[in-house]
Design a protein around this ligand. Structure first.
Ligand SMILES: NC(=O)c1ccc[n+]([C@@H]2O[C@H](COP(=O)([O-])OP(=O)(O)OC[C@H]3O[C@@H](n4cnc5c(N)ncnc54)[C@H](O)[C@@H]3O)[C@@H](O)[C@H]2O)c1
Length: 393
C-alpha cells in the first residue's frame, strides 16, 4: 500500500513509518519540525538524542535497504498538502501531525489559538485535498481518549445508542474534553465525520490512550533511528515521566489524589493498531471510531508500579493538581474493535517498566531537573514556562 505518514518526525510517527516500511508498504513522511521548535521555545530536549529526519531516512535505507521519502512542510499551507498528495498518490494517509500536548495548549491565549488553528486547519486542508484528488484515500487520524473526558457511565467506541422520549438513535458519544488541545481533537472529529457524510470520504478516528515506551523492533536497529522520549512537565506522558523521575532520584509527582484513570498502551501497540486500521479500511462514506488503548490504570497505580520495578529507593509525592480534572472517578471504556481485528496487546508488565527504566538510566546525564515540575496551571489564563526564561516565557 502507498501510505503517507503525516507527523513522521514525531514520537509516534517516525516508528510507525519504519514499521510500515518494513512490512512492505511504500511509505513517505511529512513534517514541519515544529515539535523540535517547541523544545527550543521551552528550553528542553528529548531524553534520547534524535537525529535529523533526513539523516534518519538515510540510515534506514542503509540498515534495511528500504526507502522512505521525506517531505518538509506545514499542513496549514494547503498548497503544500496538495503538492504532497499529488507527488505521492497515497492509498492511505496516517495523520499524526498535530500539536499534541494538553499543557502546551493551556499555557496562554497564544498557545491555545495556535493549537486549535494548527490542528483544525491542518486537518481541514487534508480533508479538502483528499476530497478533490481521490475520495477513496483512507484517512487514519489520531484522536484521543481524552475527547470523552470522564463521564459517570461506560464510554463506548465513538457512538452510543440513546432512547429519548420514546425514540431511539445511534449518536456520537458525548464529548467532555479537558483542555484546548483535547477540544481541537473533538473539532477534528466533527469535521472528519461531516466530510465523510458530504463527500463520501472513508475515515478511521483512532481515539488513542496515553502511550508509553520508546523502543520498537525497527528503532533499535541503529542508534540513529531512535524516536524521541519526553519527560518534561509539558510534553512528557505519565509513565515515561515517572521512569525518568525514579532514575534521577526525583520524587514521582502524582497530581492530587492520583485516582485519575486513563486508557494506556505500549508504543508497539500504536504501530500494530495503525497497521490493522490500514489493512481493514473504512467503507466509502464511513466515519468509524476505534478506542485505541489496551489497559486502564490510575496515576497512583502507575506510580506504585514504577516504585516496585525500580531497584533503588523511590518516593511518591502528591503535588497540587495543576489541571482541572476529577481526581477520583468512574472509568470503564470499551476497546474491542481493534482486538476484533486481531490486535495482540503488549500489556504493562514489570519487564516493560524495567525496559523503560533502562532507557532512562542510559541517558540520565541528559536529564534537566528543572524541566520536571509542571509549569502550566489550568486555573490561570496565562502561565510562565520557568524552564525557558526570557520575554514571552
Ligand atoms: N503520545 C501520546 O501519548 C498520544 C496519545 C494520544 C494521542 N496522540 C496523538 O498522536 C499523534 C502523534 O503524537 P506524538 O506523541 O507522536 O506527537 P509529536 O509531537 O511527537 O509528533 C507530531 C509531529 O507532527 C508534526 N507537526 C505538528 N504540526 C504540524 C503541521 N502543521 N505540519 C506538519 N507537521 C506538523 C510535529 O513536528 C511532530 O513531529 C498526535 O496527533 C497526538 O495527538 C498521542
Amino acid at each position: 500500500m502507498r501510505i503517507l505518514v503525516l507527523g513522521g518526525d514525531g514520537y509516534l510517527g517516525w516508528p510507525t513509518a519504519l514499521h510500515l516500511s518494513r512490512r512492505g508498504h511504500e511509505v513517505a513522511v511529512v513534517d514541519n519540525f515544529v515539535r523540535r521548535q517547541y523544545d527550543f521555545e521551552m528550553g528542553v530536549d528529548s531524553l534520547v538524542p534524535i537525529a535529523h529526519l533526513q539523516h534518519r531516512v538515510r540510515v534506514w535505507e542503509e540498515v534495511s535497504g528500504l526507502r522512505v521519502e521525506a517531505f518538509v512542510g506545514d499542513l496549514t499551507d494547503h498548497t503544500f498538502v496538495e503538492r504532497v498528495l499529488d507527488a505521492t498518490a497515497p492509498e492511505a494517509v496516517v495523520h499524526f501531525a498535530e500539536q499534541r500536548s494538553a499543557p502546551y495548549s493551556m499555557i496562554d491565549r497564544a498557545h491555545a489559538t495556535y493549537t486549535q488553528v494548527n490542528n483544525v486547519v491542518g486537518t481541514l486542508n487534508l480533508l479538502y485535498a483528499i476530497a478533490e484528488r481521490d475520495p477513496q484515500i483512507h484517512l487514519v487520524k489520531l484522536g484521543t481518549m481524552g475527547e470523552y473526558g470522564t463521564p459517570n457511565i461506560d464510554i463506548e467506541e465513538g457512538f452510543i445508542e440513546i432512547t429519548h422520549k420514546g425514540r431511539t438513535d445511534v449518536l456520537p458519544y458525548p464529548k467532555q474534553p479537558g483542555s484546548f488541545y483535547h477540544l481541537s481533537k473533538v473539532h477534528d472529529s466533527h469535521n472528519i465525520q461531516f466530510a465523510c457524510r458530504i463527500w463520501g470520504l472513508r475515515a478511521t478516528d483512532l481515539n488513542q490512550g496515553v502511550v508509553y515506551g520508546q523502543e520498537t523492533d525497527e528503532t533499535t536497529m541503529h542508534a540513529d533511528l531512535a524516536t524521541r522520549f519526553d519527560y518534561d512537565g509539558v510534553f512528557g506522558t505519565v509513565l515515561n515521566r515517572f521512569c525518568v523521575q525514579a532514575v534521577v532520584g526525583h520524587p514521582l509527582t502524582v497530581y492530587g489524589q492520583g485516582g485519575q484513570t486513563r486508557g494506556m498502551l505500549d508504543i508497539r501497540d500504536t504501530l500494530a493498531c495503525v497497521e490493522l486500521a490500514l489493512l481493514h479500511p473504512a467503507a466509502e462514506g464511513e466515519f468509524r471510531v476505534f478506542n485505541q488503548f489496551t489497559e486502564s490504570f490510575s496515576v497512583a497505580q502507575m506510580a506504585d508500579m514504577v516504585a516496585e520495578a525500580y531497584p533503588g529507593e523511590v518516593r511518591i509525592e502528591h503535588v497540587e493538581d495543576p489541571r482541572v480534572e476529577k481526581e477520583e472517578h468512574y472509568y470503564r471504556a470499551a476497546h474491542t474493535k481493534l482486538l476484533d481485528l486481531g490486535l495482540v496487546p503488549h500489556l504493562l508488565e514489570p519487564a516493560t517498566i524495567k525496559g523503560l527504566l533502562d532507557v532512562a538510566d542510559r541517558h540520565r546525564g541528559r536529564v534537566d531537573p528543572a524541566a520536571i515540575a509542571p509549569t502550566v496551571q489550568w486555573r490561570k489564563t496565562a502561565s510562565r514556562l520557568t524552564t525557558a526564561g526570557g520575554p514571552g516565557a
